[in-house]
Design a protein around this ligand. Structure first.
Ligand code: C2O
Ligand code: CU
Length: 522
């Protein structure tokens, strides 16, 4: 049973929201994709007041030093305040007190060192999602950064013996080699058992890697290269973030039974920290780096109206860099943790057109994401070359039978059974697989019915989806994939570092409840 809640909405006067009862009452049934996305039923139109607040773009963090070929950054993890809705101040946890956190822009081949200072009241862990990073800097969930004056409890101390980097007090330096192609990565909290609530409160930001291959392409850049962090939230009537913690003191992990199966799905879609924003665009090409940083909600995005001949989304990159050639889409699914590097040519619309970015598996308010308002014709000397980058090395292994199988199981709705991988709940002490560095394995993944699966320490290509050839949107190197009930076959390449890494569900509530496994790359 989902409890009826009172939630804060857009006000009729556009100031403080009127209180609409029952806004989240249907939240569990709004979840798309029980065995496949379904289209939105007749909708009541966009949420009142939507598309009035301009899209913010997260600030790019300045290094404190660039000496010795290393870019050094300092980040404070602190309480901040955010207006998800106009004139409503919501307390968040943020990198530099902001949500999204500041964007770090790294150069391929130049090391980045980020010193994270924990000024929050809880332990934190930072993971660079998509980064090829040695285990000690990867943010293993028990490699805690304790707030000063808050000693690790007995459980943390016991678990951390099976961690990689040990417990730090106050701050930790994370070292990122950036020896990988230009790509859209992100950094976020990964604390054992509490990744869901910590990311939900705001601990997430972009980390972009640039390189010469990407720079040399005539793609949109500068103000027309925009990262979009999509995240759903639910605000309580006092403007605070609603999160269904079972233990409000956050000593024991877990959400209430009504959110156990779905994960935390909210009723308000935010982009770069603002609900249903609007972006005024020139009639020109824009590079939009989509990240689904939602805890649990997948989106299937489409443009309304679509451009005259369709194919409004030109995908130029997957999660880990440029595709060999662009791929065209009318819509694409982005599951929690996934990124899509997309160019939209707004010159295909007449100035004055308002194009809504819709989530066609959302219902009611969650069927809307943001709007692009096309303002004026301009000269545009960008283009999308037919060849973007060379075929990646090493080529994926495509032949042979599965080397490993992983099943992701949460069980029936309404039952708080443990989420499991291959029948096991996560145990920091247990190694679940030992792949060898320098090899490529074939993995078969299955899910009941769908889980967004993320792998640390290795990247993969999709060989099969539901037993069939992959979808166009499955192209390229990936680190996260929305595994359907019919399963997925991957070619997984271990080309990074030796050591202990995670394989887990990026439905953060599933991961927190135990849908994680340990890999030791040997
Ligand atoms: Cu984006 Cu293991 O996480
Ligand atoms: Cu899951």
């Amino acid at each position: 049973m989902v409890e009826r809640r009172t939630v804060l909405r857009w006000g009729s006067a556009g100031v403080l929201g009127v209180l609409l009862p029952g806004g989240t009452a249907m939240v569990a049934s709004r979840l798309p994709a029980r065995g496949g996305p379904r289209s939105v039923a007749a909708s009541g139109g966009p949420p009142r007041g939507a598309f009035t607040v301009p899209l913010p773009v997260p600030t790019v963090l300045e290094p404190v030093s660039t000496a010795g070929g290393v870019d050094r950054y300092e980040i404070r993890q602190s309480v901040g305040h955010q207006s998800f809705l106009p004139e409503v101040s919501t307390e968040i946890w943020g990198y530099q007190g902001t949500f999204p956190g500041p964007t770090i822009v790294a150069r391929r081949g130049r090391r980045v060192i980020v010193n994270h200072r924990n000024e929050l009241s809880v332990p934190t862990v930072v993971h660079l999602h998509g980064g090829v990073v040695p285990p000690r800097d990867d943010g293993y969930p028990v490699d805690y950064v304790q707030p000063p004056g808050v000693p690790a409890d007995a459980m943390q101390a016991a678990d951390s013996r099976y961690g990689v980097a040990g417990i730090a007090t106050g701050s930790r330096e994370y070292v990122y080699p950036n020896e990988q192609p230009a790509a859209t990565l992100w950094y976020h909290d990964h604390r054992m058992g509490f990744t869901g609530p910590s990311v939900y409160r705001g601990l997430a930001g972009f980390y972009l890697i640039r390189d010469e291959v990407d720079d040399a392409l005539p793609l949109p850049r500068g103000e027309r290269d925009i990262p979009l962090l999509i995240a759903d939230r639910t605000l309580d009537e006092d403007g605070s973030l609603f999160y269904p913690l079972e233990d409000p003191t956050m000593h024991t992990a877990g959400v209430t039974v009504d959110y156990h199966h779905s994960g935390m799905v909210g009723d308000t879609v935010t982009v770069n920290g603002v609900a249903w924003p609007v972006l005024e665009v020139d009639a020109a090409r824009y590079r939009l780096r989509f990240l689904n940083a939602s805890n649990a909600r997948p989106y299937r995005l489409e443009l309304d109206p679509p451009p005259p001949d369709g194919n409004g989304f030109v995908q130029i990159g997957s999660e880990l860099g440029l595709l060999p050639k662009p791929v065209l889409h009318d819509m694409f699914v982005v599951a929690p943790g996934e990124r899509y590097d997309i160019v939209i040519d707004f010159a295909r619309y007449r100035p004055g057109t308002r194009v809504v970015l819709k989530n066609n598996v959302g219902q009611g308010d969650t069927a809307y994401v943001m709007r692009f308002d096309i303002t004026r014709r301009v000269g545009d000397d960008t283009r999308i070359p037919a060849t973007l980058t060379a075929e990646p090395v090493p080529p994926p292994r495509t032949e042979g039978s599965a080397d490993r199988r992983f099943s992701f199981f949460i069980g029936p709705e309404g039952v708080k059974g443990p989420p499991m991988i291959n029948g096991n709940v996560f145990d920091v002490r247990r190694i679940d697989a030992r792949p060898t560095l320098g090899t490529t394995e074939i993995w078969d993944l299955t899910a009941d019915p769908m889980h967004p699966v993320h792998l640390h320490g290795a990247h993969f290509r999709i060989l099969k989806r539901d037993g069939q050839p992959p979808d166009p949107q499955d192209a390229g190197w990936k680190d996260t994939v929305f595994v359907p009930s019919g399963g997925m076959r991957l070619s997984v390449t271990f080309a990074g570092h030796r050591g202990k890494y995670l394989l887990h569900c990026h439905n953060l509530e599933h991961g927190d409840a135990g849908m994680m496994a340990n890999l030791e790359i040997v």
